[in-house]
Ligand binder design. Sequence first.
Ligand SMILES: C[S@@+](CC[C@H](N)C(=O)[O-])C[C@H]1O[C@@H](n2cnc3c(N)ncnc32)[C@H](O)[C@@H]1O
Length: 384
Amino acid sequence: MPRISNALIRHARSIDKLLPPLLRPCRELRAAQNELRWLREHAAKVASTRNAKVRDTLLRNLVLERAKGKPLQYLLGSEYFGDLQITCRPGVLIPRQETAASVAYLARLVRQAEELPPELRVLDLCTGTGCIPLLFHDELAATRKDVRSRYLGIDISRDAVHLAHYNLQKVWRQKAYADKSVTAFVQADVLIDPFDDQNAGMPCFKAALNHYRQPPFWDILISNPPYISPSGYWSTTTRSVRLFEPELALLPPPNPDASDTERGDVFYPRLLSIAQHVEAKVVLLEVADLDQAHRVARLAQDADFFDGIEVWRDWPDQPNDAEPVELDGFPVIGQGNGRYVLCWRAQGAPWLGKDVVAKAETEPLSHYSLQPTFIYRPPSKIPL
Ligand SMILES: C[S@@+](CC[C@H](N)C(=O)[O-])C[C@H]1O[C@@H](n2cnc3c(N)ncnc32)[C@H](O)[C@@H]1O
């Protein structure tokens, strides 16, 4: 990383003495100026009922924390995800723009479908702040007042589930949606076998899927799981991410028997098997890059359950102007890095504007009867 020149530091100080510390995380004067403006606005808002001295102290502390690399979203307390302002707190991953782009794109495809089920059921595994179901609903509700949707977000982290509930309440208050959609967030470990009734200390996944006390069938399954391999963690993440964002959200659990690549991929076989059990018609799985996308697409193909599979780059709505345009026969669409694998079955093809080509035969999963054994109830008042 190039060093910041003394001339730039002097120039920054001549504009505002709080700018030089922000050059370290921002690297450029214009970015540092933007951040200082946002931090100043935030300090003024937080200290609105206090005096100017309190506000200035708060601002100085925010600048010092930012200089140490703490992400701006944790300092300001929010990040935009599509049109939604999602509250962010340390301990829960900050939502990324690439995730928002693919989720919004999927919702826009689905909302153009001529026919959708009267209740569209969307399952989000590893939900974090709850940003994915909240954005999907926001996009769907924008034009499809005829469709009721039901969402379930599941995460292993209690802090994430609390925050997702908080975001749900905030977004519904701000947006004042008129539709009768329902959203719930439940704590569970998705790596636990869904046929296991119990596991120590954690609400079981089987019961979580049964949260609505209805057959646990889901039309769309979306997941942005932890997918970074141990070597990728050191080579592809920034120091700020490693110091301040939760490892639980980024790195799959340790496994001495797995290679580096296998550890990064550990969630995908489980997610694909869940997709099969809940009879998902459309599945969207986030990945780190084209290599992982290729491996996940092959896993999905081997599951012999889907009728179509394609790879999405970061910006799937943009024309693909880079090689490859296909990977082993899987079309690659959009611009940027490999980011998602989309799989669909014949029933879901019209929701995506795809031709219906049924390749896979599916067995009805009559043995999959889930009894409610635990339902997570969030505290009635969620602390800010
Ligand atoms: C990459 S983050 C994604 C968060 C959110 N969906 C987003 O896109 O911003 C992965 C999430 O998976 C959760 N997680 C990690 N291991 C899990 C497990 N075994 N079962 C369920 N959730 C898990 C983490 O707590 C974290 O919130």
